[in-house]
Write a protein that binds this ligand. Structure first.
Ligand SMILES: Cc1ncc(COP(=O)(O)O)c(C=O)c1O
Length: 388
């Protein structure tokens, strides 16, 4: 038997995998499982985007690109920031990566030395912790609660900062809560981090999917923020594995060296498709989808209110609703497993996103249509009544 590196032990598997495995088993037995656990849109890339990908293959545009991405794509991303977010971003500051995941791996290598730590909220996107483990560093999670809408109290940044801390990582809209950080909060966060001499990263992978509050980019506040983004969510291109990071001017050279060494380049076919994804007609379609998601969101929120299930974070963006089930169970994970086994509805337990009060919460993803949401709510009601 081979011996794995020690760091592998520090990486937790997704708890939702247990749910997914069970869901697959039930489906194989012919059960009608409703998937509200999956963090990916039920849409696919708009058809002209797929065609641009096919065209790239047919034209044999399939070799490596330059390490930081096709210049046309970087220009198209910069134009998108300019037109939609009124923010000037020099294309040279954009590094195209294999998904936001690639961008987060690059950022970890770029800004965090082994033995360092980075502050982030508990709960947050779990892989962030593990990207840091990869570089011999660690995440320092700061507890958050519904009272602060699951945003870190900025005074806590100072108390948790130590001589090994190199930065603060945030996400807006947030996975798992759907909450949006507003401009003044981000300005405050930047001020704090600058005082403390670290870097600020804002993960904007759900950018565009905002229903309440300002759909913005942290880049409009300062050029000294690292911003992560992706074609996965708003553009419904999860499997195309394409994202990007915007870095400050002073970090371009370092980021380029890392991009060359870590990935050589991001998937070429996907890059050609992504140029098309940023064209006005496709953006119009994305906006229609956002409106569809908003309708589902309101439908789900009304249904949860009817069932007496408290939504604990403002569901302003992404496609998630974060719900407190602690009045029903003291273990959200086993509650989710029971719901799946008996009523075939899959949710993600809070344990996947952190530790603080994690067993109290579940995440709903409204990545299916209203009929399915209605059916899911009906089954959840039955499950709750059955448990009484
Ligand atoms: C907050 C957040 N960041 C990053 C990612 C990684 O996304 P991808 O690598 O598909 O672009 C996800 C995926 O769900 C996410 O929710």
């Amino acid at each position: 038997m081979g011996k794995l590196a020690k760091r592998v032990e520090e990486i937790a598997p997704f708890h939702v995998m247990a749910i997914l495995d069970k869901a697959k088993m039930l489906q194989a037995k012919g059960r009608d499982v409703i998937h509200l656990e999956v963090g990916e849109p039920d849409f696919v890339a708009e058809s002209s985007v797929a065609e641009a990908g096919i065209d790239a293959i047919q034209k044999h545009n399939t070799g490596y690109t330059s390490a930081t991405g096709l210049p046309e794509l970087k220009r198209a991303i910069a134009l998108h920031y300019q037109t939609k977010y009124k923010t000037t971003v020099a294309p040279e500051r954009i590094v195209v990566t294999p998904g936001a995941s690639g961008a987060l791996i690059l950022l970890s290598s770029l800004m965090v030395d082994s033995g360092n730590n980075v502050l982030m909220p508990d709960p947050c996107y779990p892989c962030n912790r593990h990207f840091l483990v990869q570089v011999g560093a660690e995440a320092k999670l700061i507890k958050t609660d519904s009272e602060t809408q699951f945003a870190i109290d900025l005074d806590d940044v100072e108390t948790h900062w130590d001589d090994k801390t190199t930065g603060l990582w945030l996400a807006s809209p947030s996975n798992p809560t759907g909450a949006v950080l507003d401009r003044s909060y981000l300005e405050g966060a930047l001020e704090k981090v600058e005082e403390l001499g670290g870097h600020l990263m804002v993960d904007e992978i759900y950018q565009g999917l905002v229903y309440e509050g300002e759909d913005m980019t942290a880049l409009s506040i300062s050029e000294d923020i690292f911003v992560i983004n992706s074609f996965s969510k708003y553009f419904a291109m999860t499997g195309w594995r394409l994202g990007w990071i915007v870095v400050p001017e002073w970090a371009i050279e370092g980021a380029t060296k890392l991009a060359q060494n870590l990935f050589i380049s991001a998937p070429t076919v996907s890059q050609y498709a992504a140029i098309q994804a940023l064209q006005p007609a496709v953006l119009e379609e994305c906006e229609k989808r956002r409106q569809t998601l908003d309708k589902r969101r309101l439908f789900l929120l009304a249904g949860l209110a009817r069932l007496g299930l408290p939504v604990v974070a403002p569901a302003q963006g992404a496609f998630y609703v974060f719900v407190d089930v602690s009045h029903i169970t003291d273990n959200a994970m086993s509650w989710c497993l029971g719901l799946l086994e008996e009523y075939y509805v899959a949710l993600t337990p809070g344990d996947d996103f952190g530790f603080h009060n994690a067993q109290k919460y579940v995440r709903f993803a409204y990545t299916c249509d209203e009929d399915r949401l209605a059916e899911a709510l009906f089954r959840i009601e039955q499950y709750m009544n059955r448990e009484k």
